[in-house]
Design a protein around this ligand. Structure first.
Ligand SMILES: [Zn+2]
Length: 548
């Protein structure tokens, strides 16, 4: 469609939306996002009808694109639409009926599908699968485990009357479609939907195009990506580098304290810090750290800057370089997903470049960079090198420093100092040796959760963070109706929230305050800030403990 016509038709859509609202009475209504293949028109349409009170927002006119495998364009259209639609209302991808696209569509924010595809494909003697389509005439085996495919052979089906065959093929197509929806729901619960999307998008080169196009929307996807998940991050190919978790880490690493020197170590078995300490003492056989166990090291010679000769070990940052997260300062190596991820040991070129860029960006802020020979070889770094005697270094592994880093990474710069002052006392797990609780004398400040390495606050910790973080950082503000319930430790419902820190994601530790910014309680966000603002029903924050 030409733009001029798309603009004209969009005007009619908007006029009719208004008309429909004035005539609705008690009817529930949907209003369709139109705008043809022009993402800006789609965005504009979504923004206007999104502010009107419709129950469901379908995204229309995508069938011709789906039929022609223009999945890449579908990504632009859907993302332009959902970015401007209210998150509390379901989005319906009209006419999307092939299970191949369900996971991608859900990852983009679509909730509903409707389609006659299951019967249309059956009438055409075709079997839909999440990985593509089979023509019955080409099959000598049934490629599925549903009851139809278990009970009939392709020859049985081919020999049947058309009417009966259509019924059975349609039943298979429905079985496989619903199975895919169930799989997607489970992936959402497990927190690995994008891994399913990556698998599905390898079924067709044009779906792979769509997946690669999704990288242009990582920032928006990150907003809706829960901070901490039950499942590990699995790298399935270069497209995994565009996942929200990696984008988030690149941003959050900037929250950490800046030191003057950095020592870059190659990756070891996770958790890195434990393995490195083992290697330094030759797996416990030596008492003293022997840095030569770590291999050869060089100093990066940067002519453009006047290096400050500084031997103070207080300002040495140790970081590990690994795929796919790039730079991992050792203090935060156990925070999700930096320890909870797996990537193949044989590296692809995209990962190599990604990590090389991450190294270049990271080392710019240091006056002195000491780097392992392994890293230079592995990532083809071309830098000017000077020999460096590793025995000149003294490595400190300070738990008090570590807890501050984790808090900064989790809550923002300076949070560590704000939380952990006084007579700090760290209690470790006897079994694993990991940090468990942090106290000021006898008062618990926070507990480090073993599964994802993040801090869960105590009342004392929440108070300290509240004192330190400026309004509205990390806060969910509730109205006076909800205040008594919040103080009792009851969960916070979205409709009582009157303001919120826009940076809050799902599964984050948050502070619950009233309009005067008095701390009422604290807990874990169930939704992200945009959703909490928009939802009128349902829980927003699971409160951990009553306030004062
Ligand atoms: Zn089947």
């Amino acid at each position: 469609m030409k733009r001029e016509r798309a603009e004209k038709e969009l005007e009619i859509t908007l006029e009719r939306a208004e008309e429909a609202l004035s005539a609705r009475k008690n009817l529930m209504l949907n209003s369709v996002v139109q705008g043809s293949t022009f993402p800006d028109l789609r965005g504009k349409c979504a923004e206007i009808i999104g502010k009107m009170d419709f129950e469901v927002y379908p995204i229309g006119a995508v069938v011709p694109l789906l039929e022609n495998y223009k999945y890449k364009d579908v990504v632009d259209i859907v993302m332009a639409s959902v970015a401007n639609l209210p998150p509390s209302r379901p989005r319906h991808l009209m006419g999307a009926g092939h299970p191949m696209v369900f996971a991608l569509a859900v990852a983009m924010g679509c909730d509903l599908f409707d389609s006659a595809a299951y019967i249309l494909y059956a009438q055409d003697d075709r079997l839909m699968m999440p990985t593509g389509t089979y023509k019955l005439k080409d099959l000598s085996e049934m490629p599925c485990s549903c009851e139809i495919c278990n009970n009939y052979t392709p020859d049985d089906l081919k020999g049947m009357k058309k009417e009966q065959r259509i019924k059975l093929l349609a039943q298979h197509n429905l079985n496989i479609s619903f199975a895919e929806i169930r799989k997607i729901k489970q992936a959402i619960i497990d927190g690995n939907l994008l891994e399913l999307v990556e698998q599905r998008c390898r079924a067709h080169p044009y779906l792979l195009d769509a997946l690669r196009n999704l990288k242009n929307y990582t920032e928006l996807l990150e907003e809706y990506d829960p901070e901490y998940k039950n499942s590990a991050f699995f790298y399935s190919g270069p497209e995994s580098l565009n996942r929200p978790e990696i984008f988030r880490h690149q941003k959050r690493i900037k929250r950490l304290p800046q030191k003057e020197r950095v020592l870059l170590l190659p990756s070891f078995k996770k958790p890195y810090s434990k393995t490195i300490k083992n290697i330094l003492t030759n797996f416990g056989r030596e008492k003293e750290h022997n840095l030569e166990n770590l291999g050869n090291f060089y100093k990066i010679n940067d002519e453009t800057e006047n290096r400050n000769e500084n031997d103070s070990n207080d300002s040495l940052q140790i970081a590990v370089v690994d795929v796919p997260f790039g730079i991992i300062p050792l203090e935060i190596d156990e925070v999700y997903p930096l320890a909870q991820n797996e990537a193949p040991s044989s590296m692809d070129e995209d990962s190599k470049k990604f990590v090389r860029d991450a190294i270049q960006e990271y080392i710019e802020n240091f006056k002195e960079v000491i780097i392992s020979e392994d890293i230079i070889k592995k990532f083809d770094l071309s830098v000017d090198l000077e020999n460096f005697d590793i025995n000149n270094l003294k490595l400190n592994f300070d738990d008090k420093e570590k807890i501050k880093y984790i808090a900064d990474y989790q809550f923002g710069g300076g949070a560590g100092k704000a939380l952990f002052y006084g007579d700090i006392h760290i209690v470790k797990s006897r079994k694993t040796g990991k940090i468990r609780h942090v106290y000021d004398k006898n008062e618990l400040i926070a507990t480090l959760r073993a599964s994802d390495g993040i801090f869960v606050l105590s009342l004392c910790g929440a108070k300290r963070l509240h004192d330190h973080l400026e309004y509205p950082k990390n806060r969910v503000v509730v109205n006076s109706d909800a205040e008594p319930f919040a103080r009792e430790g009851k969960s916070i419902f979205a409709k009582f929230v009157i303001d919120i820190d826009i940076n809050i994601r799902a599964n984050e530790e948050v502070l619950i305050v009233n309009e005067n910014d008095d701390l009422l309680a604290f807990g874990k966000s169930i939704l992200n800030s945009r959703e909490i603002k928009d939802f009128k029903i349902g829980q927003a924050v699971k409160t951990r403990k009553g306030g004062k």
